[in-house]
Design a protein around this ligand. Structure first.
Ligand SMILES: Cc1cc2nc3c(=O)[nH]c(=O)nc-3n(C[C@H](O)[C@H](O)[C@H](O)COP(=O)(O)OP(=O)(O)OC[C@H]3O[C@@H](n4cnc5c(N)ncnc54)[C@H](O)[C@@H]3O)c2cc1C
Length: 381
């Protein structure tokens, strides 16, 4: 049986996140886009209203969302603002290695800490020489007694300067290379952690990124997540889950641009009739609506497959991220075009949605890398 209806609980999640986005995100999105500041007031409110840390188990203070619950939530955040939405969802990216591989003790301590502080965490994988090629990571964490000594550099790390701790991936044995990649919990205030200035960027400007240097940072053995050498698997399994979130943010962003363009083109008259009454524009709206619907179904399917059979997720999550972020770019670009000069100004927000859409094609693995993941998977079948 195929059933595309959200359950009553999932409808409540949609309502809850949509309402939060309407009250907190939409009124503030242009302000944070212009300021390029981390939206602390919104993140604190998100904690107060049980929006943060959706997938975290209830025993640790979370809401135990399934992946499908999560994509319903992320679509609403994306429809509010992808930049602010990713401040919330990047926390999930940083915590997913813990969901997957941390001990109960680590979960209790670090989930407790993040909830108490109403704080955020960051996910530290990318390095100057290791972007798409994760196996090129150079950071090392060399064991010395009951500690590891971390040295290296991370780049483009979302939430970094705002974070309480960073999930860092480093090699424990440079001779073994990426086979020794291991995940660690690194409190941001540890001596030797150097936060570089905030990155200046095109879109999703409410979300902050920094380069981070690690100079002889001492990490207690108790902060290792999973076994030595499991870092690569943890990083990839994390993306298998979180890429559906990027897909859902993209669907939400595309939906917001489409709805804005639809209303505007119905009301704007030229040559004695609404702009939308021209087939060239009506068909553009039809294509937008069809692409959004298709991307949403693919994203739901990927998340549903994970919730039911974790093995299937790798290909489907890559497909959902690839397709939803590509159509996100197309739909937002068409929304700007359909709205003419008004689309290009700051007044209606669609130019921001177009700038925000671009990044979804790049982070959590570029769309070229998604195609690589999909092609490897289908050629194995
Ligand atoms: C705003 C922002 C936020 C980010 N947040 C985080 C974060 O929180 N944590 C984190 O760890 N990382 C983060 N990243 C890093 C992001 O995941 C990488 O930028 C991305 O994976 C691409 O790596 P790169 O920029 O080094 O590009 P490169 O790997 O240098 O790629 C450059 C181009 O070459 C293409 N390419 C590379 N290899 C291949 C190939 N084999 N076949 C075909 N094409 C290829 C790419 O698709 C791309 O178009 C963030 C990046 C940005 C810009």
């Amino acid at each position: 049986m195929i059933n595309f209806s959200p359950t009553p609980e999932q409808e409540k999640i949609v309502e809850q996140y949509r309402d939060f986005a309407q009250r907190w995100i939409v009124p503030n999105r242009l302000k944070y886009d212009e300021l390029a500041e981390f939206p602390w007031e919104i993140v604190k409110a998100a904690y107060d209203e049980k929006i943060m840390n959706g997938p975290m188990p209830k025993i640790y203070g979370g809401h135990e969302h399934s992946l499908l619950d999560g994509v319903f939530a992320s679509e609403e955040l994306g429809a509010g603002c992808v930049g602010i939405g990713i401040c919330i969802d990047a926390n999930t990216l940083a915590l997913t290695p813990l969901y997957l591989a941390a001990s109960d003790e680590q979960k209790k301590k670090y989930f407790g800490l993040i909830n108490e502080l109403k704080g955020v965490a960051a996910y530290g994988l990318t390095e100057p020489q290791a972007g798409s090629d994760v196996q090129g990571i150079k950071s090392t964490a060399i064991k010395k007694g009951d500690k590891y000594i971390l040295n290296g550099q991370k780049r483009f790390i979302t939430n970094a300067e705002a974070s309480t701790f960073i999930t860092v991936f480093a090699m424990t044995d440079p001779e073994k290379g990426s086979r020794s990649l291991t995940a660690f919990l690194v409190p941001t205030d540890s001596p030797g952690v150097v936060m570089k200035p905030r990155l200046k960027k095109m879109g999703q400007r409410a979300s902050v990124q920094n380069e981070i240097e690690f100079h002889d940072v001492e990490i207690p053995e108790a902060n290792r997540i999973g076994d030595e050498g499991y870092g690569f698997i943890i990083a990839m399994k994390t993306f298998d889950r979180t890429r559906t979130g990027v897909a859902a943010l993209s669907v939400g962003n595309a939906r917001a641009a489409y709805e804005t363009a639809k209303e505007w083109t119905k009301n704007r008259k030229q040559f004695g009739k609404p702009i939308a009454a021209n087939q060239a524009i009506g068909f553009m709206l039809a294509d937008m609506a069809t692409k959004i619907e298709t991307a949403r179904l693919l994203t739901w399917n990927a998340a549903w497959a994970y919730d039911h059979d974790k093995k299937k997720l790798n290909k489907l999550s890559a497909m959902s991220k690839l397709y939803a972020s590509d159509i996100g770019m197309e739909v937002t670009t068409d929304a700007v075009q359909a709205m003419g000069g008004d689309g290009y100004t700051w007044d209606f927000g669609v130019e921001k949605m177009m700038r925000d859409a671009k990044l979804c094609q790049i982070y959590e693995g570029t769309n070229q890398i998604q195609r690589l993941v999909i092609s490897k998977s289908i050629l194995k079948e």
